[in-house]
Design a protein around this ligand. Structure first.
Ligand SMILES: [Zn+2]
Length: 379
């Protein structure tokens, strides 16, 4: 539901001298000493952690213990998308340097278990990290690089308030057999076909983006559309003629068509739908096109209009609740909840709020939502 990557990167930028893996992890999360062999680390997990066979689910902030070589390895989960953990870690390459981008599967066989503890750094203001399912109908060696560039542009244009994480599914549809219908100004994929063939990939994601390649002159180069009929996932698609197709004009530097269309459809039209902010004007033109089209690519201007209160992931009427066994605290709103499995990590919940002091007694807490998150106040 939330991520710690932005926070960890803030304190320990890429290639920071972090030292040994376990000592670095302990600087972020209070896990205590774990020793410097596989055996001592296994012992620590057995005694005060959760072995992988007993682990119900990973949470952000988990210190993952891996059985590797003689020494083993410890890394902190900074975000979770689908079945992938993204890790903040030091010394992975035996160079004592910090990295934040390596991903492992939750079923990675080297995982021994996790250690949980109190977060030792203050979390930065919540950043909304959208979950995007990208359905690619073609294999591109450069896809990760394109996604990274989109992410970079989004973060810069939103002053680090917005980010996204992508999970890719590969399809092999025969493009000539995809049915299209005529909309007012363009052709779009038949929504029934999209719902049947593409939408199922998007379960649990905020946006689904179907990218396919059609070298026929039918699309005159590029086209995308965002379907405003549905929500969760919001359906977007884009078609290109080739991996390296560029658009450009006198006022706009050359930009890759996939990147332009992806940002335009998702963080232009799609985000307006997500926040329920009007996109279409009475005369049927799109507000988004004032900011984000091929003659004036102004993602920053567009994102300045975002109503961030609508991105609060848990909604309003927020209260603090506890699970039946008393072991899990939640902050729960009308749209969802965030929870931390270990009561000692209540601090983690507190730290994703503002810096106001709170007690651990749920009865004396009052939660107030703000535009970029929520705070806990003493009653
Ligand atoms: Zn558009």
């Amino acid at each position: 539901m939330y991520e710690l990557k932005t926070t960890f990167e803030h304190y320990f930028p890429e290639n920071f001298q972090g030292g040994e893996c376990a000592a670095f992890a302990e600087g972020l999360i209070a896990i205590g000493l774990v020793g410097d062999t596989n055996e001592t680390k296994l012992q620590a997990v057995t005694q005060r952690g959760i072995l992988v066979k007993d682990l119900k689910q990973f949470i952000v902030g988990d210190c993952v213990v891996l059985k590797l070589g003689q020494a083993g390895h410890v890394a902190v989960v900074n975000s979770i998308v689908g079945d992938k953990l993204t890790l903040t870690e030091s010394n992975w390459h035996l160079d004592k340097l910090v990295h934040h981008t390596r991903q492992i599967s939750i079923t990675e066989p080297d995982i021994v278990g996790v250690l949980r503890g109190i977060l030792k750094v203050n979390v930065l203001n919540p950043v909304k990290t959208f979950k995007i399912k990208l359905v690619q109908n073609q294999k591109w060696p450069s896809i990760q690089q394109k996604i990274d560039e989109c992410s970079q542009r989004l973060r810069v244009s939103s002053q680090n308030r917005l980010d996204f994480e992508v999970s890719i599914s590969q399809t092999i549809f025969d493009v000539s057999k995809i049915p299209f219908i005529q909309e007012i100004n363009s052709k779009i994929i038949d929504p029934n076909w999209y719902k049947e063939n593409i939408t199922p990939f998007g379960k649990g994601f905020d946006f689904i983006y179907f990218s396919f390649q059609d070298p026929s002159p039918f699309f005159l180069g590029s086209l995308g559309y965002t379907n405003d009929q549905s929500i969760n996932p919001i359906e977007c698609s884009g078609v290109v003629t080739s991996e390296n197709e560029q658009v450009g004009s006198t006022t706009l530097p050359d930009i890759n068509v996939f990147i332009e269309t992806f940002l335009h459809e998702i963080f232009g039209h799609g985000l307006r739908l997500f926040t329920n902010q009007n996109d279409r004007r009475p005369d049927n033109t799109f507000l988004v096109h004032d900011y984000l089209n091929q003659t004036k690519f102004d993602l920053t201007g567009l994102l300045n209009l975002v109503d961030y209160s609508k991105l609060n992931p848990i909604g309003n009427n927020v209260k603090l609740t506890t699970s039946e066994d008393g072991k899990t605290f939640y902050i729960e709103g009308d749209k969802g909840k965030v929870g931390i499995a270990d009561p000692a990590s209540l601090e983690l919940i507190q730290s994703i709020t503002s810096e106001q002091s709170v007690t651990t007694d749920p009865n004396v807490l009052e939660v107030q939502t703000l535009s970029q998150g929520f705070v806990l106040n003493k009653k």
